[in-house]
Design a binder for this molecule. Sequence first.
Ligand SMILES: [Zn+2]
Length: 417
Amino acid sequence: MHAAHRGTIIGVRKDEGAATTSAELRAHNLARLLRAIHDGGGQLTRAELTRQLSLARGTATVLVRDLAGRRLIEELAGPVDAGVQRARGRPTGVPSAHVQGPVALAVDLRDDSFAVAAFELTGRCTVLDRQERDAGTGTGMLADLADRLKIHGAQFADRVVGVGIAVPSPVRGSTMVQPTLTEWQDLDVTAALGPSVAFGPVLTGNDATLAGLAEARRGVLRGVPVALHLHVATGIGGVLLTGGQPVTGANGSAGEFGHMPLTGSDEPCRCGSIGCWELDAGARGLLRADGQPEEGDRMLQAEQIIAAAATDPRSAKAVALVARALGRGIGALVNAQDPKAVGLSGLAASLYLADPAAVEDGYLATLMRFRRADPPALLPSTLGDLGTLTGASELVFDAFLTPRGLSAWPASEQKTA
Ligand SMILES: [Zn+2]
């Protein structure tokens, strides 16, 4: 809660500067309140929000009425608030997402597929599309995605406040600078898809970074002041988060932890470096440890090896080897970054759940001595496939839940409440 609150204040200051006039103060408070409703997932009562934001009760009443009048929220009947009941004897409402309220479209773009989902203000999500690339090209798949966004944009009409896109490449701004698919090299994703969406900003981020952002907002890293998140797929990416905000570097391409020589070999990596961690601890490491060729759907095969480990000794041995390599790298990163907790998603979560002892063994072996008595917890994600999509939606809401973002909400003239 504290981390989310702090993130709100930082976001508003960066965007708007200090509120000086009463109109600015009101816009600032509306954005703060809506942010708190978003962060609380629509579960907090008006009384709880009022206390959390240190608002006067009368001010909160006016702000809630204003947000409802602009069809940003609707207030559901809630429990009787003990504090209010003593004074007034009234139940307190629960400000929640308006049925005609803002929607963020989120895209999880991968080398071989994409998914599109719609997120309401309070984080409720509907997956709209999942498509495989099959035999088509990467360029063709982007054209399909543009078509789908056009259709879904029309479906939600003026409710769409932006599109967040998670991409399988390090990014510089919104450009994929080192994708696996050579067709996508130096592709500016926002520029490529922007013309097909006639609403809100189109915002792009690295998939592993956005998986970490999702954990900080809706998952296992919620409220953790300094957290490290690791997302393992074919490669290994991740992000350091402070106060719920990703530290993405000067160009947006920080967190390529898979391309650090954390487990030590001289083997050349596809990235241009040598001895990279992902060669030992990613999906490719697992396939090699199990004696399988590196071709086809590596993620699917890796998940199959992990599932087989419960009964097949060869798979169990491969999982233990790769789980230990994962742990060793985590220890090295904890030595460098000093996080309070480490989130794990993708194969990192599967490996940890399959063989926690092997991960912990490698982790404790590389931690510096002074950290071993109280090592940061390793926390497997529970968001599953929705993690990356959730992070992409948070990019959109971070832009929307500011005085400037809210001023563009087209419903301001429509009094539907
Ligand atoms: Zn590498």
